[in-house]
Design a binder for this molecule. Structure first.
Ligand SMILES: [Zn+2]
Length: 251
C-alpha cells in the first residue's frame, strides 16, 4: 500500500485531509528506498517504528480540520493496514530468524575494528563505538528493544545511516558511516535473507483495500459524470482528441 492510500485511510479515520498524514506514512515507508520489496516492512512496521515516528514528529499533529491526532495512532494504523490488522513488535518480526543473528559481526574481517573487546557482557559482540554517545545510544536501541543481535542491522547499515541523517543531520550520519558501518552491511542483503514466517507479515488488511477500491470507483464515476456534463478538465493529446488522465499511484 502506498503513501497516498495510507493517507486517504488516515483522513477517513482521523479527519482532515490526506496530506496531513503523508509525512508520517512517508517515514514508515522510507525503507522502500533501500529495498523495493514488501520485506522492507520488517524495519519500521512495528512498535519500534511507531516509537521513531513519535520521536521524529512529536506526540501529536493538528490536521486541517483543527483536530489533534496522535502520531502513535496514525503510525499504528499504517502497520494494521499493511499487516492484516497487527501492530507487531520488532521482536515479533525477527524472533523466527536466528540465522540473521550474525549478520552484523563485531569483527567483519576488514581489520577496521581497532577497539579491544570490552570486558562488559553487554558490549560483547557489539559493533564498536562511534565516538558519539548519543548516536551510539540511538543505533543500539533496536537491539535493546528486542534482545536480538539481528536487530542491530537496522542501524548498522545503509538504512541506519539514513535514519541517523534524518534524526541527527548529515554530518553526524557521515561520521557514523565512516567510523562504524561496514560496506557489506547493506539492509537489502539482510532482508533478502529474511524469510516470512507468519501470514500477517505479507498480508494487507483486506477490509481497507476494499474501501480504497470502492473510494477510487466513486471518484472515477464522479469524474466521468463531470466529464459528461462538461465540467472535467481534460488533457489535449495533440492529435485533436481528448482523454482523461487517471494517475495510477500503485507503489
Ligand atoms: Zn507501509
Amino acid at each position: 500500500m502506498d503513501v497516498w492510500k495510507h493517507s486517504r485511510l488516515s483522513a477517513r479515520k482521523f479527519g482532515g485531509d490526506p496530506a496531513d498524514y503523508a509525512e508520517i506514512h512517508g517515514f514508515l515507508d522510507s525503507s522502500k528506498l533501500f529495498c523495493y520489496h514488501i520485506k522492507h516492512r520488517l524495519l519500521l512496521h512495528n512498535l519500534y517504528g511507531v516509537e521513531l515516528a513519535m520521536q521524529l514528529f512529536g506526540d501529536f499533529i493538528q490536521n486541517a480540520a483543527g483536530e489533534t491526532v496522535l502520531v502513535r495512532d496514525v503510525a499504528a494504523a499504517h502497520c494494521r493496514e499493511d499487516l492484516d490488522g497487527r501492530v507487531p513488535t520488532l521482536y515479533d518480526w525477527l524472533r523466527n530468524s536466528p540465522e540473521l543473528e550474525d549478520f552484523i559481526s563485531a569483527d567483519p574481517g576488514s581489520g577496521q575494528v581497532s577497539d579491544p573487546p570490552s570486558d562488559s557482557d553487554d558490549a560483547a559482540g557489539m559493533p564498536p563505538d562511534s565516538g558519539d554517545p548519543e548516536i551510539d545510544e540511538f543505533a543500539r536501541r533496536a537491539y535493546r528493544r528486542t534482545g536480538l543481535r539481528s536487530a542491530l542491522a537496522i542501524a548498522y547499515s545503509d538504512f541506519g545511516v539514513y535514519l541517523i541523517e534524518r534524526f541527527f543531520g548529515a554530518e553526524r550520519a557521515t561520521r557514523f558511516a565512516a567510523s562504524v558501518v561496514q560496506p557489506q552491511w547493506k539492509i537489502k542483503d539482510f532482508l533478502e535473507r529474511f524469510q516470512f514466517s507468519e501470514e500477517w507479515q505479507h498480508s494487507p488488511q483486506t477490509r481497507e483495500i476494499a474501501w480504497l477500491k470502492a473510494d477510487s470507483r466513486r471518484k472515477i464515476s464522479d469524474l466521468d459524470r463531470r466529464n459528461l456534463s462538461g465540467d472535467a478538465n481534460p488533457k489535449a493529446t495533440g492529435d485533436g482528441s481528448v482523454r482523461i488522465t487517471r494517475v495510477s499511484r500503485e507503489f
